[in-house]
Design a protein around this ligand. Structure first.
Ligand code: S3P
Length: 180
């Protein structure tokens, strides 16, 4: 399949929602870039996410996240961006994404996400399902406020989520299918 992307698409959602997997597959279909904000931050600072949390705390990490998002949005070329689960904790991040493109919330609660996360040590804010579910419920109104569209991922594999997002983007004219 070949497609053309007209506008940057930001994926938000809780840890383990499958944001990066879906964003990568869509980017391949549209022959465009896929940016994972966490990888971007790690490259910028030459440190892993747990190292950044350890050294600078969550506040420091959030500052890096906003900085990264600003850089990504300023590039002004259509691509898929997969954001860290806490991106919506700052209203300014939501504003950066909305101004540059469209925002899709991949709805996944912590129980659902836990099944998809292989290495929980890489996520300092996912300590256990109980704690993470509490965090998810606190954040849910913010995900919903920040997004233009929501796709439920519960009990769906990444292939199904990919097709649902693709259909949505095609219906909304954000993607043009060039070749089926
Ligand atoms: C975080 C989610 C992580 C990463 C960091 C903080 C969060 O990204 O940004 O560990 O606050 O939910 P993923 O959602 O890609 O796991």
């Amino acid at each position: 399949m070949k497609a053309k992307l007209n506008k940057t698409v930001y994926f938000i959602g809780f840890m383990g929602a499958g944001k990066t997997t879906v964003a990568r597959r869509l980017a391949k279909a549209c022959s465009c870039e896929c940016i994972d904000v966490d990888f971007y931050i790690q490259r910028m600072h030459d440190k892993t996410i747990p190292e950044i949390f350890e050294e600078f705390g969550e506040k420091g990490f959030r500052n890096f996240e906003t900085e990264a998002l600003e850089e990504i949005a300023n590039a002004n070329k259509p691509r898929f961006v997969s954001c860290g689960g806490g991106v919506i904790t700052r209203d300014e991040n939501a504003a950066i994404m909305k101004k540059d493109g469209i925002v899709i919330h991949l709805y996944s609660d912590a129980k659902n996400g836990a099944r998809r996360i292989s290495n929980k040590d890489s996520r300092p804010l996912f300590k256990n399902v109980r704690q993470a579910q509490k965090l998810f419920l606190e954040r849910l109104p913010k995900y919903r406020k920040a997004c233009d569209y929501e796709i439920i991922t519960t009990r769906k594999n990444s292939g199904r989520v990919y097709h649902e997002v693709l259909d949505l983007l095609e219906d909304e004219g954000i993607i043009e299918i060039i070749e089926k």
